[in-house]
Ligand binder design. Structure first.
Ligand code: C2E
Ligand code: CA
Ligand code: CA
Length: 787
């Protein structure tokens, strides 16, 4: 840069010198010569005037003297004075005097003879001046002068040179001054640029150089700033990319391994380091990727990296998910899912592999399988497991569906932990049953199934044993209690149907005794179907008010006159009379009792209203209500509602209920009975003697009526002990002002006996069977008349 500048400076100076020299040659020298010539001509003309004066006085000597003086001058080479005939009058060379000029010098003669007054040859200046006679314009003489002006020219040349040198020096001074200033500016700018570059490199990416429009560096500054801006953008982009990569690196659960075309690892993420059991990425970087491949596959991999067919293979595996084996640093092989992609960095091929550890997935799949096919509590199979297993088993097999009992009580009293122990103990006991090819499974919380290939006899023997078995829970023992259904499983497809049927059968067991067994066979299924049909028909009958009542009178023991009657529900379904024993049991099983009770209450109340409206003196009518539901708030509310709706005098309605309700919730029962009694509706205990209620308990309730069951009456007739019990009941009731009715009185003997025993009322076929409505109405009309 510097040398270049110097060459420029030298060239410029040379050019200036040449210019000055040329100018001197062409212009200055010429004008100098012209001015010298003019000056000499003027002087010569002045001299000619002096000489003309001399000639006018014929003072020729004076002219010669002048000429001699002139010739003495240093630069005069020749001076000649010729007359009009060109004969030399005087000359600086005395020998020439008197000679014709032509003889002396033809050149001078020609020049003098010519019109020209001035001639220049080299540095010799020739001048000629005509001398005119005074007062005329006729030349009498000619004065010729030849001067060497080289001295003058040299002098002038020197002057010009000095001036040039001065100018050049001045030029150089200012030039160097300018260069210095420029250098300063350059230094300053470079210093600033250097500073800004350092700042930029140190991370201040917003640093910029000052842009000065006046400066020669303006374009450079602009370019630099543009490049800074671009770099800043690139840097921020790279930062964002780096952050993104960092984030991705940290977040991805996949291992990322990048290699070059030779299989050397160029990049790994954190997951890769941990997945392959290394402590730091530097352990992997630069290694060949085969360190991650189990030994048995390494050769194949190397080949595929090397040869052409391998490359083709590589193209095929690119971007496809594959399940392969990988190896950890400690040599442990593990399954992975891998996807390889390729890309280029600076024209260099790179492969990037995304690797997912599949060991957990394999375990997960196993655990899913376990969840899907096994019960987590007992580790027995679940229903899915059984279905799955049945696909590979030869059928038929004997199936037992078992409902474990008593679980709820254990849960309630000891907590679910003990409940779980009970379930597990039962599960263990099932698996230990010595039945051939046994498969035990838990299909619901307390529902188990057992499949086996032993005989039915063996099965019942084993379950019978199991039913007596005691198991230890926490720190106490309990007996295993269960009910079970048994059936033959002919095909795996029929399992679900069979389980459904067993479900129904187990529900239908109702108040089952532990160890009960239901055999699921054709009869059972027929019965099941019939019950389902009957249920629907009953629902429809209730809805369409197809149920009606027979009325069985109760008679006063003393007078044998009807004193009350019991409304007994009847149902004729498709022409066939269905016994209340059947459909009421069904309604109880299927949870239809509240519905049926409502129907009874409403229909009987409505009937009483009709009779009242007919002007009959209505006998108190008792209705039978479900013992399970009677003492629920809702049933009482329904009774009050309809008694109110049909405006029934309360004493005309009596409610019969079995002992069941008393045992179930004595307190609640007592409260509700009190409410009924207070409202004037009396409550009768029905079928007394069939339940387990203690007589004192029954009589301590606010009841007004005790109906003694037919079985008691028969018992009383049979033995002395039975008699004592019956009489005891009647007398105790009497002492508490509770009316007694004997049910099912069929013989005169029974009637006589009960009369004796002072039983208040009699109900039974002996005096009247349940009567059709019309007959009962006639009975009431007759007894009205009788009164
Ligand atoms: P229950 O309440 O004990 O009704 C008396 C049953 O004994 C009636 O049978 C009646 O026909 C029968 N009976 C009466 N006298 C004699 C007799 O001398 N000998 C014999 N062997 N039986 C006699 P029914 O009508 O078949 O009713 C059976 C059961 O159905 C009733 O027993 C009662 O528990 C229930 N029931 C009847 N009607 C209704 C009702 O409307 N609602 C409810 N919840 N249950 C009803
Ligand atoms: Ca009854
Ligand atoms: Ca009864």
């Amino acid at each position: 840069m510097k040398s270049k500048l110097l060459i420029y400076v030298v060239l410029i100076i040379t050019a200036v010198l040449i210019c000055i020299f040329l100018a001197y040659q062409l212009i200055i020298k010429q004008s100098l010569v012209d001015s010298i010539a003019e000056d000499n001509l003027a002087r010569l003309s002045f001299s000619a005037e002096i000489l003309a004066y001399n000639f006018s006085h014929n003072d020729i000597e004076q002219s010669k003297n002048w000429l001699t003086l002139k010739s003495e001058l240093r630069d005069v080479e020749r001076v000649i004075l010729v007359n009009a005939n060109k004969v030399v009058v005087a000359s600086n060379q005395i020998a020439d005097e008197g000679k014709p000029l032509l003889e002396i010098d033809a050149n001078i003669f020609n020049f003098v003879s010519s019109d020209s007054r001035l001639d220049m040859d080299e540095n010799l200046l020739q001048l000629v001046q005509p001398i005119y006679e005074l007062g005329s314009n006729k030349a009498s003489h000619y004065l010729y002068l030849k001067r060497d002006i080289s001295n003058k020219l040299e002098q002038l040349q020197r002057q010009v040179f000095y001036l040039s040198v001065m100018l050049i020096s001045l030029f150089l001074f200012f030039f160097f001054l300018y260069l210095k200033v420029k250098r300063q500016e350059l230094k300053r700018t470079i210093f600033e640029i250097q500073g800004v570059i350092t700042q930029f490199n140190d991370g201040a990416h917003s640093a910029r150089v000052t842009e000065n429009k006046q400066s020669d560096f303006f374009p450079l500054q602009c370019t630099l700033n543009d490049s800074f801006a671009l770099n800043e953008y690139l840097q921020s982009y790279l930062n964002a990319q780096a952050q993104f990569s960092e984030l991705v690196n940290g977040l991805v659960t996949d291992a990322i391994v990048e290699t070059d075309a030779q299989g050397m690892i160029t990049h790994v993420n954190k997951t890769a380091v941990t997945m392959f059991g290394y402590s730091h990425e530097t352990e992997l970087l630069g290694s060949n990727v085969i360190v991650l491949i189990p030994t048995q596959y390494q050769r194949k991999h190397s080949q595929s990296m090397m040869n052409h067919s391998g490359k083709k293979h590589m193209e095929q595996v690119l971007n496809t998910i594959r399940n392969v084996a990988a190896v950890k640093k400690n040599g442990e092989a593990f399954p992975v899912e891998i996807v390889i992609s390729q890309y280029k960095v600076n024209e260099q091929q790179r492969y990037i592999a995304f690797v997912r550890d599949f060991s957990d997935v394999a375990k997960y799949e196993q655990s899913i399988k376990k969840l899907a096919y096994f019960d987590s509590l007992t580790e027995l199979q679940n229903l899915n497991g059984v279905i799955h297993q049945l696909k590979a088993i030869k059928l038929p097999m004997q199936l037992s569906v078992i409902e474990l009992e008593g679980l709820q009580d254990l849960n309630d009293v000891y907590g679910p932990k003990v409940g779980d122990q009970y379930i597990c103990a039962f599960a263990n006991a099932l698996t230990e049953l010595p039945l051939q090819g046994i498969i035990a499974a838990r299909v619901r919380s307390s529902r188990f199934i057992v499949l086996h290939q032993s005989s039915l006899k063996e099965e019942s023997k084993q379950f019978h044993k199991l039913n007596k078995k005691e198991v230890e829970l926490d720190d106490f023992y309990v007996k295993l209690k269960f009910v079970r259904c048994t059936a033959k499983l002919l095909s795996s497809e029929s399992l679900s149907d069979l389980l459904g049927q067993c479900d129904l059968a187990l529900r239908d067991l109702g108040n089952r005794s532990y160890g009960s067994v239901v055999k699921i066979d054709v009869d059972f299924l027929e019965e099941l179907k019939y019950q389902a049909w009957l249920k629907q028909a009953l629902e429809k009958a209730i809805e369409e008010q197809d149920l009606y009542f027979d009325y069985q009178p109760k008679f006063d023991t003393k007078t044998l006159k009807p004193c009350a009657a019991e409304a007994l529900i009847r149902w004729q379904c498709e022409g066939e009379v269905i016994s209340p024993g059947v459909f009421i049991t069904l309604a109880e099983k299927k949870g239809m009792m509240p519905q049926l009770d409502r129907y009874v209450i409403r229909t009987v109340c409505k009937q009483i209203r009709q009779w009242l409206d007919m002007g009959l003196e209505v006998l108190p009518i008792s209705i039978n209500l479900s013992a399970r539901h009677l003492f629920e708030q809702e049933t009482i509310a329904v009774i009050f509602e309809h008694v109110g709706e049909f405006d029934i005098p309360p004493h005309m309605l009596e409610v019969e209920v079995t002992e069941y309700g008393l045992i179930k919730d004595y307190k609640k029962t007592a409260i509700n009975m009190m409410r009924l009694e207070k409202a004037g509706i009396s409550v009768a205990i029905d079928d007394y003697g069939t339940g387990h209620a203690n007589l004192e308990t029954v009589l301590s309730l606010p009841i007004k009526h005790l109906k003694i069951d037919q079985s008691f009456i028969r018992l009383g007739m049979k033995s002395v002990k039975g008699q004592a019990i019956l009489e005891n009941i009647i007398s105790l009731a009497k002492s508490l002002k509770v009316v007694t009715t004997a049910e099912g009185v069929e013989t005169q003997e029974q009637l006589d006996y009960l009369k004796n025993a002072k039983c208040d009322a009699i109900q039974g076929y002996l005096l009247s069977k349940p009567m059709k409505l019309k007959d009962f109405e006639s009975l009431m009309k007759e007894s009205n008349k009788a009164v």
